[in-house]
Design a protein around this ligand. Structure first.
Ligand SMILES: [Zn+2]
Length: 293
């Protein structure tokens, strides 16, 4: 995979799985076929499956190495976890070997950061050991946005044990808290001199983006504020998975404006391949210029 350099830091993506998912009409309640077709010439086949129009998505983590710390941003689905989504159920991928091959063995991780607590962003927080879920990264502190954690903790009281986010709150978040490895953070928290956090609520109540900045350059790890690049062109297209559709659209536009202003490299959670890019204004909307390094 591509290793990008940003000042004194490096950024590398490690994929867990990748493939075609939902059709756009199902993914985006505000979907418009003509608007989608107008961008298809560059989206097929990398971002949209030829013929079916299914959206291609990956589940991956970002390794960020600063001069002081190794940080993982979002931890995918994990192995051996029972999920209702067939493509996500009981996975057994060599994800940890892939991390190791990128110079990131589990013991080397200092911080795990989750942009939000959905099932596909917390999975590798834990691994199965002697029938128990234990922290995968033994030397890491796991940083959860306080507001995000509080929301799902309260949902668990309503929904019951083992239900929240398809069981992932119970098998991938609570064991971290119980092991004393969780740190609840607010937006002024700075785990590393090069990292800052910003709130973009809507996809979930406590969704955050993580900004990496050094020597005048910036990258933005945006989680699921966008799932697919078509949303750069149509920021009002919230996904069916957004907790609050209109709040999510406001946050998406704000994040895109912030990326334009800071010229940040946009590093989302589900764009396939080596894709990251720079957001440029276009009319009342935006476009993306891919970073091909
Ligand atoms: Zn996601």
């Amino acid at each position: 995979m591509t290793v990008r350099t940003l000042g004194g830091a490096t950024i590398e993506k490690v994929e867990e799985i990748c493939g075609p998912g939902f059709k756009p009409g199902r993914m985006f309640p505000k979907f418009d076929q003509d608007a989608f077709d107008a961008q298809k010439h560059w989206m097929v086949p990398e971002h949209v499956q030829e013929g079916s129009d299914r959206l291609i998505g990956s589940v991956h983590t970002w390794i960020v190495k600063t001069p002081r710390h190794t940080i993982l941003i979002d931890t995918c689905l994990g192995n051996h976890k029972q999920r209702h989504n067939a493509g996500w159920n009981n996975l057994n991928t060599p994800f940890l070997d892939r991390l190791k091959a990128c110079g990131c063995p589990a013991e080397s991780v200092d911080f795990v950061m989750c942009t939000h607590l959905h099932v596909d962003h917390v999975g590798w927080n834990t691994k199965l050991e002697n029938g128990r879920w234990v922290p995968t990264f033994p030397n890491a502190k796991y940083l959860f946005a306080r507001r995000e954690y509080a929301h799902w903790e309260s949902e668990r009281k309503t929904q019951g044990e083992g239900k929240v986010n398809d069981g992932s709150f119970d098998d991938s978040v609570l064991p971290i808290v119980e092991a004393g490895k969780a740190v609840m953070i607010d937006k002024d928290h700075q785990p590393d001199p090069l990292l800052t956090i910003k709130d973009y609520p809507g996809h979930t109540p406590g969704s955050i983006a993580i900004n990496l900045k050094d020597q005048g350059k910036q990258a933005c790890f945006s989680g699921d504020i966008m799932h697919h690049p078509i949303q750069v062109y149509h920021p009002d297209w919230s996904s069916q998975f957004c907790w609050d559709q209109s709040m999510s659209a406001v946050s998406r536009r704000k994040l895109l404006e912030d990326c334009v202003e800071s010229n940040a490299l946009l590093c989302p959670a589900h764009f396939p391949g080596a894709n990251a890019g720079y957001v440029k204004p276009e009319g009342n909307s935006f476009r993306i210029e891919w970073d091909r390094t």
